[in-house]
Design a protein around this ligand. Structure first.
Ligand SMILES: CC(C)(COP(=O)(O)OP(=O)(O)OC[C@H]1O[C@@H](n2cnc3c(N)ncnc32)[C@H](O)[C@@H]1OP(=O)(O)O)[C@@H](O)C(=O)NCCC(=O)NCCS
Length: 164
């Protein structure tokens, strides 16, 4: 359905930084309160728009990352960030690809943009000959988990914390 909307998937340019930052800022700050209220109670994790803009600028320049945006009539409606991990951990042999951020503007959800990003992530990881694609997701984030399960991801770990 998103093809009808003429969504373009491409690498970002310097003029996209503000648009990506605004999308990321809005989604991250609202998601934290929604999905991890227990942590928000103890520390203020909200980021300022200036911090986010600087982070996005650095991420776009980073050789270890692949950033893709979904753009619709010059508006950034989606953001995908992939990180190449060079070190193996206890479970996964490096190099492998981590889906660092996958975000779609709330007004453009359920149109297949998230699914197109998943396919793009897999295409890029395969091009690099990576054996694994991995990601972290909050366990209350049911929409995202559905998307990942539909793409044959399997959960392998639950992260637990205790505030001391
Ligand atoms: C998770 C997220 C990226 C999904 O993006 P999305 O663009 O809505 O994803 P899709 O459109 O591909 O799929 C979502 C739903 O739309 C449905 N859909 C997809 N294409 C469709 C179409 N053409 N017509 C109707 N429905 C469609 C899918 O079947 C899916 O339904 P389901 O929830 O019942 O499984 C988005 O919800 C988001 O940005 N969330 C906030 C950020 C976030 O939590 N990111 C993940 C952090 S780990």
């Amino acid at each position: 359905m998103d093809s009808k909307l003429q969504v373009e998937y491409r690498k970002p340019n310097s003029q996209d930084i503000k648009g990506i930052a605004f999308l990321h800022y809005t989604i991250i700050n609202s998601s934290l309160v929604k999905h991890v209220p227990s942590i928000c109670k103890f520390s203020d994790l909200t980021l300022s728009i200036d911090d986010v803009e600087k982070n996005i600028e650095d991420m776009v320049k980073d050789q270890n990352r692949d950033i893709i945006v979904a753009s619709l009539e010059d508006k950034i409606v989606g953001f995908l960030s992939l990180w190449t991990e060079s070190y193996s951990d206890d479970l996964i042999a490096a190099p492998f690809t981590t889906i660092e951020y996958i975000e779609v503007h709330p007004d453009y959800r359920s149109l297949g943009i998230g699914q197109s990003f998943m396919q793009e992530a897999e295409r890029i990881a395969r091009l690099k000959n990576h054996q694994y694609l991995e990601l972290l997701v909050w366990e209350t984030n049911k929409n995202a988990i559905k998307l990942y399960e539909r793409n044959n991801f399997t959960p392998i770990v639950i992260r637990m914390i205790k505030k001391l």
